[in-house]
Design a protein around this ligand. Structure first.
Ligand code: MG
Length: 407
């Protein structure tokens, strides 16, 4: 089995989510190049069991202990996979010595600790879960510098920037511009926003993604979080990160260099392309996917981001401006608010309204003196988690007030 040692060995954190499923789709096309060491999921036992049977990993980690027990009882065929659980299980999957590359695709704050552990262990880490960089971007980048870990941006926009940069140093870059599709409500008259239904909010016009990120696209808080992610991944100050609305989702992002050249990355909206780019870096995988036909698309349009339509975007920029643990706090608040929204607690417009009140409260915290230290500076993973929890706490009271607002 000499060829096996030459395969890249992968851990996929979040294998049952949208990124994980797409990653396994790419892996299945190149069985001679990749092998799966570990799959990690939150609680979707049925899908994880089928993935274990198809990819035969050495390890399956299930965050939820009861779900881990169900997986053991389900006895996936093949039978050689060790089943781990809890945060220790996720961390063990992310740091095993035989693993070369870790895909950090666990949505939300739960994904932070295993991603950080992978970075500390010096792995090549694809960042597909933007919360990791929103909660602890500075910490991640500094730790990667110390350990020699390589961070690869897997989010479509950041992967586009990464490709356009092609290794250029920050001083050669005037600015980067992330694109935003505008989500499902880009043309809906503002007066009709109060009547938006959950089904409408969950229907993204261009991308097929999980429910949380689809709602974040509709409020465009997602794009604000992506600016925060870009700030750390590319080491650029916020004023050199722009965003343009681009409804076709063909140009995934652009880089303007100091000599006036603007380089863009284009492609059909399919996550398998940025995933393949990260897995194979610096090589390219010959992926047979539908091809971009620009003549058929005809024209590419760009617009400024509307303040009235997308308040979530500007709230995230405000959190970045405040700095320290504020982005983590906003992220925690948003996770709580979106979960409540998906649970039919209140209408769509309340999401941004509640988050605005959270940001007003955060902005009133005197960062210089008296503030909790984790809000002033995120020095550890625990600080990031505490800041996230602080935001959830602020949101919880406001969610209760909003509950019962007729949907
Ligand atoms: Mg994105």
């Amino acid at each position: 089995m000499t060829d096996k040692t030459q395969k890249k060995s992968l851990t996929i954190l979040g294998s049952t989510g949208s990124i994980g499923r797409n990653t396994l789709d790419v892996v299945a096309r190149f069985p001679d190049r990749y092998q799966v060491h570990a799959l990690a999921a939150h609680s979707n036992v049925e899908l994880l069991a089928r993935q274990v049977e198809a990819f035969r990993p050495a390890v399956a980690a299930v965050y939820d202990p009861e779900a881990a027990q169900r997986l053991r009882e389900r006895k996936p065929r093949g039978g050689r996979t060790a089943i781990l659980t809890g945060m220790e299980g996720l961390v063990e999957a992310a740091t095993a010595p035989e693993v070369h590359h870790v895909v950090a695709g666990i949505v939300g704050a739960v994904g932070l600790q295993p991603a950080y552990a992978a970075v500390a262990a010096g792995k090549e880490v694809s960042i597909a879960n933007k919360e990791v960089m929103v909660l602890a971007g500075e910490l991640m980048v500094n730790r990667a510098r110390e350990s020699g870990a390589r961070l690869l941006p897997m989010d479509s926009e950041h992967n586009a920037v990464f490709q356009c940069l092609n290794g250029a140093a920050p001083e050669q870059v005037r600015r980067i511009v992330l694109t935003a599709s505008g989500g499902p409500f880009r043309d809906l008259p503002l007066r009709r926003f109060p009547a938006i239904t959950k089904e409408q909010a969950l229907k993204h016009p261009n991308w097929s993604m999980g429910p949380k990120i689809t709602i974040d696209s509709a409020t465009m808080l997602n794009k604000g979080l992506e600016v925060i992610e870009a700030r750390w991944l590319f080491g650029l100050p916020p004023e050199r990160i722009g965003v343009l609305m681009h409804r076709q989702s063909i140009v995934h992002s652009l880089v303007e260099f100091v000599d006036g050249s603007v380089i863009a990355q284009l492609g059909l909206p399919d996550m398998r392309t940025p995933i393949a780019c990260c897995l194979a870096h610096p090589q390219r995988l010959p992926l047979e996917l539908p091809r971009l036909d620009l003549a058929e698309i005809g024209k590419l349009e760009f617009e400024e981001i509307s303040q009235d339509r997308y308040p979530g975007f500007f709230l995230a920029l405000e959190a970045l401006r405040l700095g320290g643990g504020m982005p983590a706090a906003l992220n925690g608040a948003n996770e709580a608010v979106v979960a409540a929204y998906l649970d039919d607690a209140f209408p769509f417009t309340e999401i941004a309204a509640i988050l605005k009140r959270v940001m007003d409260q955060l902005a009133a915290v005197p960062l210089a003196e008296g503030a909790p230290p984790f809000l002033r500076h995120v020095a550890t993973v625990d600080d990031a988690v505490r800041a996230d929890q602080f935001g959830r706490g602020l949101a919880a009271a406001l969610i209760e007030q909003a509950r019962g607002t007729p949907c």
